[in-house]
Design a protein around this ligand. Structure first.
Ligand code: SF4
Ligand code: SF4
Length: 215
């Protein structure tokens, strides 16, 4: 406690009361803090079900269907990536963390990414790349476990991003929703209102291994 006295305009004198012996030892404060800690410890020990925390990683939270986690690049039924290296996602990316290099398939003249890198330490997980993609090629899954031990590993490429055809939808997070449409037997296309086009390769043609595996 202290008292103040105005001794001149804009000047005050502060007189502090001396601390008692108990206050100077800090013992009452320490004991009161320990009491609060022990009270919570005992309360939680005997009421584990009421704990607000979870035992991660054994127990994991279920996040929204639209959660924006790790990215994936989707694949057509013939094994090629849906991405046509149009640079729309990298142009829309506010963090400028997507690097794409385009190649051209000699059979179809279609472009595809020979390099597609995302720097996850720069990414702000805004989902703009997913919104910008005209090919349904990039989604954000609900996978949030992206711990890394070196700066270099924060940059993920085709090898990490491309998923096999018919990747199960359950783990997917944010991606555009165009309503219930049947895309079976088609490649590319962006949904309702967009003309669907034929698959770029004949049924018998092998997928371009470089596209599928990543380089
Ligand atoms: S989520 Fe946002 S910041 Fe991350 S790569 Fe996509 S557009 Fe860029
Ligand atoms: S992911 Fe989509 S927007 Fe990005 S380059 Fe590929 S096709 Fe274009």
């Amino acid at each position: 406690m202290s008292t103040t006295t105005r001794i001149a305009p804009g000047v005050i004198r502060v007189e502090r009361k001396p601390l008692s012996f108990a206050q100077r030892t800090y013992l009452p404060q320490v004991l009161s803090g320990m009491f609060v800690t022990i009270r919570h410890l005992l309360k939680n020990l005997f009421n584990m079900k009421g704990l607000p925390t979870i035992s991660y990683p054994e127990v994991k939270r279920v996040y929204s269907e639209r959660f924006r986690g790790r990215h994936i690049l989707t694949t057509r039924e013939d094994g090629t990536t849906r991405c046509v290296a149009c640079y729309m996602c990298s142009t829309a990316c506010p963090a400028e963390c997507i690097t794409i290099e385009a190649g051209e398939d000699q059979r179809t003249r279609e472009k595809f990414p020979v390099r597609y890198d995302i720097d996850l330490l720069r990414c702000i997980f805004c989902g703009y790349c997913v919104d910008a993609c005209p090919e349904d090629a990039i989604y954000m899954t609900r996978d949030y476990e992206m711990a890394i031990d070196t700066r270099a590993r924060s940059v993920v490429g085709l090898r990490d991003l491309v998923v096999p055809p018919n990747f199960p939808e359950a783990p997917m997070g944010w991606r555009p929703y165009y309503g219930a449409i049947d895309k079976h037997g088609t490649a590319g296309g962006t949904g309702i209102g967009q003309p669907l086009r034929d698959a770029p390769f004949k049924e018998t043609a092998p997928p371009n291994p470089d596209v599928y595996r990543g380089v």
